[in-house]
Design a binder for this molecule. Structure first.
Ligand SMILES: [Zn+2]
Ligand SMILES: [Zn+2]
Length: 165
């Protein structure tokens, strides 16, 4: 849980504090697959009381264990994502802002959201991951195989036809 103690901060407008701490975050689900944080996630955050709001700004860094879209192997992804959210004291009425009550402000859901938003569209263990052979199922990054399923680049097959004539 990433929680900020805002007991002092919330007392007066203009109050400001810097937080640096780390915490374990729960495993998440991404497109039906479990992903997890092998290490504690670090937060470096500045919080300002603007009068109406507590504005949190800073960076979240850590590491996620993901599985490669091509070869299905696990790999770790180091991240450092910006974080910026504003929280209003819960008043009971409708509020367009995120709210907090008490002295401990839990920012875990928003932190998780910003990490998930920063994930690359395609999760690859490396840019040139060769994937797995559709015939024998070997991981082609680690093995070569003798299967004859060499996929011809369509542009090359055009050339092949060209040379036939
Ligand atoms: Zn891969
Ligand atoms: Zn093969």
């Amino acid at each position: 849980m990433l929680q900020l103690n805002v007991a002092k901060l919330k007392r007066a407008p203009g109050n400001e504090a810097f937080f640096k701490f780390s915490s374990n975050l729960p495993p998440q689900e991404l497109a039906g697959e479990g992903i997890r944080f092998p290490d504690p996630v670090e937060a470096r955050l500045n919080v300002v009381n603007t009068g109406d709001l507590l504005v949190v700004q800073g960076k979240i860094s850590g590491r996620l264990l993901l599985s490669c879209n091509r070869c299905l192997e696990h790999f770790s992804w180091d991240f450092e994502v910006p974080f910026e959210e504003s929280y209003a004291p819960a008043t009971g009425g409708g509020n367009e802002y995120l709210t907090f009550s008490g002295d401990m402000m839990d920012i875990t859901p928003e932190v998780l959201k910003s990490i998930m938003l920063a994930l690359p569209m395609k999760l690859l263990c490396r840019d040139d991951c060769k994937g797995i052979c559709p015939e024998c199922g070997r991981n082609l990054n680690e093995h070569t195989c003798n299967c004859s399923t060499v996929e011809l680049d369509p542009r090359l097959s055009v050339l092949k036809d060209f040379f036939k004539e």
